[in-house]
Write a protein that binds this ligand. Structure first.
Ligand code: ZN
Length: 86
């Protein structure tokens, strides 16, 4: 599927989420129907990342909030530490 705009991509994603094919780019868990989610820039917009489907990944709203300004590497390192302390 190809999306020409963020709106179109979101539509595709909503469709995918409905069928549970959409996975959170940050935590790797599926984004289920009814869960709040966002589109995250793989390369941050502040660093020249474009708002294209290739640079956007669906993420849980909560994961997106937790990530904030961290890089993906930093975020994953924190997630790993949390896992180990369960
Ligand atoms: Zn997530």
């Amino acid at each position: 599927m190809e999306a020409k705009s963020k709106k179109e991509f979101k539509k595709i994603c909503e469709y995918a989420v409905h069928y549970e094919f959409c996975y959170c780019y940050l935590c790797g868990l599926p984004i289920l129907d009814g869960q709040k989610w966002n589109l995250d820039h793989v390369k941050p917009a502040s660093k020249g990342g474009k708002t294209t489907p290739e640079n956007l990944r669906p993420v849980h709203y909560n994961c997106n909030q937790a990530k904030a300004d961290l890089s993906l590497t930093q975020f994953r390192a924190i997630q790993e530490l949390k896992e180990r302390h369960k």
